[in-house]
Structures are given as structure tokens and as C-alpha cells.
Design a protein around this ligand. Sequence first.
Ligand code: GLC
Ligand code: CA
Length: 549
Amino acid sequence: MKDWQKETVYQIYPRSFQDSNGDGIGDINGIISRLDYLQKLGIGLIWLTPMYRSPGNDNGYDIADYYQIDPVFGTMDDFEELLAEAHKRDIKIIMDMVLNHTSDKNHWFQEALKSKDNPYHDFYIWRDPVDGHEPNNWVSKFSGSAWKYVPSLNQYYLHLYDVTMPDLNWRNEKLRDKIFQMLKYWANKGIDGFRLDVINNISKDKNLPNDTFKTPLDDGRNFYTNGPHVHEYIHEMYEKIFGPNHFVTVGELSSTPISEAVKYTNPKRQELSMAFTFHHVKVDYTGGNKWTLGHYKLTDLTKILSDWQVKMNRQGGWNALFWNNHDQPRAISRFTDDGKYRDQSAKLLAMVEFGLQGTPYIYQGDEIAMKNAYFTDINQYQDHESINAYNELINRGVDKRLAIEILQQKSRENSRLPMQWNDSKYYGFTTGQPWLKPEHHDDYSVEKVLKMKNNVFNFYRALIFLRKNKVLLTDGAYRQLNPEDNCVYSYERYDDKGKILVMANFTNENQTRKLENGFDLLLGNYEGIKVSDGTVTLRPYESIMLKNK
Ligand code: GLC
Ligand code: CA
């Protein structure tokens, strides 16, 4: 068993974590000042979202210089100090690496724009106009066409994301060499791994064919998701960088079937350590469309989770487990109750996640039950994806109020609110004006939560401890119980010697279910447990983890 299979990863979105100099933007010194807090939580690894030099059109996922830390976050010295301080506390550092695209401000793209014969031109994906139009009908993940016309070259470049983020051409060997060189630079600094941004999109179908638009998912992605050479490219990175440096690597793999996720993560193939996939957090996309008011059925959610558990395990793959990240609204607001049962809900989600097989991730703020931002005005948003989606909704004739409501539920900006450290105006995140302002004052903060009895933070600590110490939680096989149950999610982890049972009531009513004899309570989100005559009664959003004697 590898360490990272029983450790927990904590994701930091630096911009929103801790500001140290009052400019309203979180930074490296801020992170350093919170390492003791993270050590207390018990996590083993930190994933840092990008801090390279960037114009910030996509909060750092648009990299202008892979070799520099953006001054907004600090200096390279600060970064090295962070690395050393984390290592002192036995915490590993995983850097986010964006290899599908760069910023248009990147030197490579600036050169590429100069002429078709510039050596950097072919680092990106260019096509001549077809009948005066875009080369194909692919849609950008940030809305609109995936192509942008450059008059001086009379060519279009491909951008699967923001228009300021041109896609790199991985077919070009010189580009690949440049990338490997750069990855080595970071490896030599002594980091411990990479989170690879949208890595399954780097290999496009050579012919860039039109997609069918039979469903919202036939928008081009059929021709670049898990494309023809992606596994070769990743294996090459493994051989040159990940393997020799004993890296922990996690691939962001959107729209990926289990069979492919297995290929990426089965150790025999020497590609990635684990797969970060999204099927479970798309369960409330109506007809595949994210920008709708979503509802979900528990059985749909648990079916997806169970499928991934069983099939990844059977075929030697490894899951990253998560509810939240910087691209998702808060799960507590979405799948449970962030009001009356806020505390129970946060713990229930944590328990369901930590009981599954894979490596659990905590996104900053999960451990204090942070919830959605619920912005009421489009001007409060800064995220391009959200703003574009809003404009598209309005153009389609959707009522403003409904569009706002959809964003309140689905926008990723919901999870980018500054971390709530204490009860002061901006929660001790900054002494200045935060880059993203909360709409309401929320009464949950680290300081407050830590004072509560049986608090969420300590619940996470307990789960992290269990993961480190119960082999069943890492290695045990998975089996869902009562897959038709639309209120209570129950599953067990087992081997020939024992069993761990997890039951989670996703409703705000009591639910009574059968329970075999012979179990001890490992952890629960209420005090005690209500068992009688072979049944257990789960209170609203109650979740329990039991172990057979
Ligand atoms: C990933 C990142 C997201 C970013 C996108 C483009 O999905 O997590 O934040 O916008 O890639 O780089
Ligand atoms: Ca700052």
C-alpha cells in the first residue's frame, strides 16, 4: 500500500485561503502561517491550485510563465520556504500543472502570433477558415465557439476554455520537450507531485471533425477527450518525471468512462496515481446541461458512486474521492441541508466520502461546513465561466431571477469565497478588501467551529485518523446495500476478516432500517445511536460508521 492511499489531500485555492499583506488576495505567506492548522487537521498532502505568473483570466489556470511564481502570491523564495515548512510537518506538496493550454500572454503564444513560420507557431492548434468560418463546430467549455480568429494570420486558434487560453499542440515534439524540461525544473525543487489539469484533453483527433450535437455532450468533446495519444504522452511523463521522482499524481479527468480511468491509474501501466472524475457531481445536470436548476435522486448518486467503487477496484484503478473543489458549488448546499442541519450535513458528506475506496480530498472550508455564496447580483461574480453562462441564459430569454438562481446553485464561484478564519468582518482572511466579497456574514468560522462541541473539524480529524489506521478503509472491497433506497445510502467495506458499515440518511426525517447484530459504533454525527430489535433509527442527516466485532 502506498502512503497516499491512506493519507488525505487538502486542496488550497491560494487566492481565497489567507492573505498576509492586506491586498485582499491570499498568498504564500498566508499559507505558511496556516500550516500548523493543517497539521492539526492531520492531512498528509496539500494540492495547491496554480500560482505561476498569470494575467488571472482564469485565476491562474492561464499560465503566462511556467517558471515563475506570480507576484500576487509572493516570490520563489516564499514558495521554497512553504515547501520546506510543509515538509518539516510531514506534509507533501502537489503542484497544479496546466498542460492543455497556456495564457495568450505566454511567450510561446506571443511568438506564435508573429507569423506562421515562427518556430512557436506550431506549439498551438491553428486552422485556416473554412468557407470564411470556424474550422469546426466545437464549443468552448466557457461558452461560445472554441475557435478564435486572428486577422493578421488569417487563421483560427483552438481554445477549449477561455478565449485567452489557447490549446497546446502536443503533436509537436519540441513542445513536449519544453514541457518535460519544465516539469523537471519543478521536480528538482523537491515538490512531491502534480495535479494535472484537464490532462485527458491534451490529445486531439488530428482531423478535428464536427461533432453531432445530438446531446449537449456532443459538443466536440468526443474528439478530444481521452484522445488518440493521451496515454502515450502521460506514460512518457511517467518515465521521465513522475516515476523517477516517486511523484503522487492526480489527473483531472472530466467526461471519462471507468474503462479509461482504469487505464490512467492502474499502476502496471505507469501513468497516474489516481483519477479525479466528475460523474457524481453531474448528477443534477438536467439532460447533461449544467446551467439548469438541478434536482437529484439519491439512488442516481449512489449508483454512480457504487459503479466507480466496484469497477475501479476490480480493475486495479484508484479513485480520488471528493465532493468539493474550486470548480464545484458546495456539496453541503447542493446535496444536503446547509441550514438547520448544516453540521450534520457536513459530517454526513465527509463520512460518506471517507468510507469509500480511494484517496479522500478536503477542499478548504469543508472542515468548517462552508456553504454556497448565494450572490444575488451578476456583478458580484468574477468567474468568466459563470458570467458567460449567465449571459447565454439571458440571451436565450431566461428570466433574470431564474438565471441568478441557477448560478446560486451551480456556479463554481460559490466555493471560491475567502476562507472563514474568525468572526471579524472579512473573517480574518484579509485586513483589506477581499477580491471576492461575501454577500452575507456567515456565523461559521474556524475559531467558532473549534469551540463547538463535537465539531466538524474534529469529525474530519477522526475520519483522517481512521483512514490511516483501518486497513479495511483502504483495501476492503466495496458493496452497496439496498441500492433502491432513495433516503439512506448504505454500504460496507469488507474482507475475509471483517466489515465496516456506513449508513447515511440524506433526508430531514427519521429513517428506520434493519441492522444485523454485532456491530460497534466507530463514528457518528449524533451523540449515541438509536438501535432496537434489529433496527437502527437514523435521525435527520444522521450518518454512522460501524465495525463488526
Ligand atoms: C480545470 C480547472 C478549472 C479551469 C480549467 C481550465 O477544470 O480546475 O478551474 O478553469 O481546468 O484550465
Ligand atoms: Ca496578498
